[in-house]
Structure formats: structure tokens, C-alpha cells
Design a binder for this molecule. Sequence first.
Ligand code: NAD
Length: 369
Amino acid sequence: MTNSTIGVGLIGTGFMGKCHALAWNAVAATFGEARRPRLVHLAEADQSLADSKAREFGFAKASGDWRAVIADPEVDVVSIAAPNPFHAEMACAAFEAGKHVWCEKPMATSRDDARRMLEAQKGSGRVAALGYNYIQNPAIRQMEALIQDGVIGTVNHVRLEMDEDFMADPDAPFVYKNGAASGYGALDDFAVHPLSILWRLAGPVSSVMTDQAKPYASREGRRVETHEIATSLLRLRSGASGLLVANRAAWGRKGRIAVQVFGSAGTIAYDQERMNEFQLFTREGDERTQGFRTVLTAPAHAPYGAFVPAPGHGLGFNDLKVIEAHELLAAIDGRPARIVDFETGFAIEETVHAMARSHDERRWVDCPA
Ligand code: NAD
């Protein structure tokens, strides 16, 4: 069921809104999509910002009220790139209006809202994808394929770290991410991303033991309500053990998502700060020459070749969103797609809520199956 175009609505035009706009602009040229996105209607918090962003991004209509995007009959799919507390209301309204949804992570700021979103999506029969762009990296996809092919044997331990330093400065101003309305902090802002990778590489989590930390109790005289650091022991449903650390106050770390998967026959490792390569160790061969080898991504690692024909030239962060848009369009057209849908997204949400409970109750907590 392909039309020649698909009408796109966008809510929010900050960091992620621009990333979605770039992706919608690039996806047809990159992948030769059957459907060409039509940039129909964009919303911002006020009309003048919406007007100027619509001009910059190439959207035909602009509104200071997000409901106008959802009510627009020319819009088929809505990108939700507004702050976390808006996700549930916007997504549910979009499903009610019969739109497909591409919603930024985390799904919501409460378990009830996330469940409401999942139910609204199921009831609507529309497609939904969450903004877990890192799983789209050709390097991560290749790691997943190698693990599935048994190249590192049976996975027995996974270590995940996500570190950035935008909350590292104790003198930085109080921002909405320091308030409880934004969620838990490191858990739903950060931990969800490595969890989305974990789901692909080693499967779901069955139980967690978590400690959250708040290095700075106040900013500009206001009490900080979120935690910048979360450390979790994990037990995976496969039986493997794991460790996840998320830290928004890690001086010097700019976009680190470090993943190490240890198996019975080898190890595979990746760091988002060097997103165009991964490291592979297999125990075969002469012990004197064993060691990690660096694999640079290349056209052999789909869908790298859709962007560049030359190996080792590299993709960037925004390209991951182009791949995500391509996958979402495949899902909308009923083709197999590699997206984090609301079902898996909700399971990831359940995991971070279990982590928060574990911290509060100082004990291991099971994640709902
Ligand atoms: P941002 O502050 O840069 O942008 C948010 C935009 O939403 C702003 O332009 C703001 O004016 C607009 N907005 C606020 N209220 C609005 C309303 N009622 N109607 C319309 N627009 C409104 O924030 P961001 O960093 O782009 O984060 C947005 C979302 O993206 C968050 O949920 C965040 O968790 C997620 N995010 C995802 C990634 C990723 O890698 N997938 C990275 C960063 C942020």
C-alpha cells in the first residue's frame, strides 16, 4: 500500500525536531523511498518560532498550537520532538486522529502514561516508533548479526555505559531536566538508550538492582529533583548478567555509549564516540597474535552503503535518524522494519521504573515479563 507521498507533521523544532526534519528531508534521496515525505505542518510553542522554523525546515504550514498539526487532514505521520511531559498527550491525540507516530524517547514520564500510549496505539492500528536512533547504527546492526551468528559464542555478560557532561558543572543554571516533571533524570534521559541497544544485542532484562546519585543537591538555590547518575546491576532473561551506568555529570564525556558484550568465544565492543567502528575479539588462532581488531563500517554493513559507497568514510549522528525514518516508512507500508515500537518501548519503560523502585526500596526488583 504505497502512495507516492506521505504527509508529515512535526511538533517541536529544537535539537530533536531539527534532527527529524533533516531525516524527513533526506530519507527519499538516501534510500530511494517509494513514498516521498511531504513536509506539511509544523508546531512550536509560539507562532513566530513556528513560522521561522517552517521556513528553515521547508514545512508548508506553521502553528503555535500542536493540536492544529494533529487535526490537519494532510498529515499522515506526526513526529513528536517536544519535551518528555508532552509525549503522552500528543501521541494519544495523534492516534485518536488516525495518525502514525514517531515519538522521541523516553516514551513518557510515568508508567501510566506510557501504558496509555501503548493502548491508544494498539486501539488505533497505526504504526508507532520511538526515537531510539542508536540501534540504527550500521555498527550496532553488524554486532547484532555477528552475535546471532554465534561469532562470540553464548553471551554471558553485557556492560553498558552512557556518559555525557552537560550536567557536570555544579554552577550551571537550573533547567527543566532538573525538575521532577521531566522524569527520573539519568534513568529515563540516558539509561533507556543503552537499554534499547541491549534489547537488540542480548534481549530483555528480568531483574535489576539500582543506585541513583545526585552529585549537586541544588542549582541557583533551587532543589535538584532528578538524579544525574544511575548504576544498575542487571540480570537478563537469557540468564546473562549485566551492568549499566548512566551519568549526565561525567566531565569530558560528550556522547559516550560504550557497549561490551562478552561471550563464551569472544567479545564485541562499541563506543558511540567512535560510532563508525567496533572492536571484535575471537579466541581463534595463534595465541601470540590474538587481539581485538577494529572493524570500520563499510557498504558491507547495511545500510551504510545507502549513504556512501566508500568504506571507512563514516556516518554521523543525524544519519541514524534518516535510517530510523526509513524503517518507520517500511513499518507504515507493512514491510519488516527495525524500529523500537511501543510494545518494546513500554518494556524498556518498565525496566527503568523497576530501576527507580529498586533504588527507593534498596533491593533487587523483577521487571514485568
Ligand atoms: P529542545 O529543548 O532542544 O527542543 C524541544 C522543543 O519543543 C523546543 O523548541 C520547544 O520550544 C518545543 N516545545 C515545547 N513545548 C511545546 C509545545 N507545547 N508545542 C510545540 N513545541 C513545544 O529539546 P530536545 O533535546 O530536542 O528534546 C526533545 C525530546 O527529544 C525529548 O523527549 C528528549 O528526551 C528527546 N531527545 C532524544 C534524543 C535522541 O538521541 N533520540 C536526543 C536528545 C533529546
